[in-house]
Design a protein around this ligand. Sequence first.
Ligand SMILES: [Zn+2]
Ligand SMILES: [Zn+2]
Length: 278
Amino acid sequence: MTGLPSFHYIREKVPIRAVAVELGLDVRNTTIRCWHPENHNNRDHNPSVGIKETKNYVHCFVCPDAKCLWPIDLVIDVNKDFHCLPKNQQVRESGLWIADRFKVPFIPKVNPKKKPADESWELGLTEDPLKLLVQSGLFASLSLPARSLAIALHALRSQKCRDHMAREWEVKASYHTLRKFSGIKSDSNIASALRELEEIGYCHREPSHPEHSTGPIKRSSVILVTPFSYDLMQLAKDNHASLQQASEAEMDMRRDRRRERQNEWQRKSRRLKKIATS
Ligand SMILES: [Zn+2]
Ligand SMILES: [Zn+2]
């Protein structure tokens, strides 16, 4: 198979619990025994790693510097063999390891020399993150605040991809900053615009961990802009197809109307001719 497994698909659809089982970890009901026993008392006899099935990640509550680990990260963290590889290769190897064990769609390889066709966004091969959103008609279906926020997030995203292959970008911004740049007036409108964009898969908020922090919860978040997420691309395809059907139907209607007009005109001219000849 050429190309790479869809990293978005793995992150969103390959169940984290099943990945942990495949890795041979000691998986319990809602927890896992940590695979870094050196950081724990009694080799983590009372499991410290929480499984967050709804968000598809695991998190150790004892290990210092523990992060949320989605399937790709978990495989890298557990497989010590990957640690000597450069970061990009780790991600790639981890993706292939998962694709060997779970059903994962592959994304075809992009030929950088080939000029992309106009419809290239359909495959998510476009380089322009807003193109997919706009051309699929999804942009037009959003509320005005969500549209403003989508553009603001696009402009505020970090220069560098956080993950080169998944093509997702970080935005670190407080609600205040988001209000300032999007023109949205209130925090609650920002929140609902964010929810709307999350629903279509355009972005998602990194989970914050109030359980770890001692101070008051700040309304500042890390937002991951994911304009090429698996969900967004599926939605874009469906939406584009139904838009095309609608415009075909409209064209049919126009053609029918045109025909009617022509018929009417012919009838009229025939009548006129009759009058002229009689
Ligand atoms: Zn741990
Ligand atoms: Zn976490």
